[in-house]
Design a binder for this molecule. Sequence first.
Ligand code: SF4
Ligand code: SF4
Length: 267
Amino acid sequence: MPPTAFACCASSPPGGRLRAVKTLVRSTVKIPPPSHLPHPIESLRRGNWVKLICGASFEDAADVRNLSLVYTLAGVDCIDCAADEPVVNAVNEGIDAAMSISMVNRPWVMISVNDDKEDLHFRKAEFDPEDCPSDCPRPCEKVCPATAILLQRVFEEGELVQNTEWGKLQGGVITERCYGCGRCFPICPYDKIRAITYVRDPSTTTKLLQRSDVDAIEIHTSGRCTDSFSELWNSLGDSLKNVKLVAVKRGNLSKPMTPEIWQVNYT
Ligand code: SF4
Ligand code: SF4
């Protein structure tokens, strides 16, 4: 799950927030110099690669930026995020902010994509609060680890009142915060929550791979159908040559993966 955001002085202007973070970090943390930390490729070779997984579907840019800042300072080798431009921008902002605080290594930025709708990392919860019984105790809200469900009760005359027993429900899933963990699906006593699956748009991915601040890609595939993998691979074309690492992650399979899917490039 995406860890809790680093929320320092949220009401201050951005420059003031960064200064406050710098002061806080410098006064409380002893950060090792970069020479004491291996480069990401060395970590991969040694088998002690550490990756921050923001979540392939987690798109709250403010949280992603803050997480990237903190984990860059912590010395991670890679930050894995959604293949979404504002999210990638946020990761790089967090990294730049961390590097302005201390001389740390720059982690690789990895984007996660999929080739079909089978991988559970690529889904969002959805429901219509108007369909929810007004006396529902809202277990969905409580179980969500990403605070991605927010509901309010509304009186008929339109007045908003939180935490009362009466009135219709308004609100629902905050899409950018939902990372598709699935905890809310079985807990709804009225079976109102649906999973919306999706496939990342290859043209957006291609543009991201052409940027100088994206270093790696992780392709999620079920491995059941090589056609969808080949289609994605061919769509990404030469943009794959711009990255340092192409990783392929397959879902659970009862039968072995088709061999050719493993023939991917490490550059
Ligand atoms: S799937 Fe449900 S519980 Fe999980 S993050 Fe999304 S809204 Fe929250
Ligand atoms: S638990 Fe189900 S019925 Fe109750 S508020 Fe959540 S989605 Fe609606």
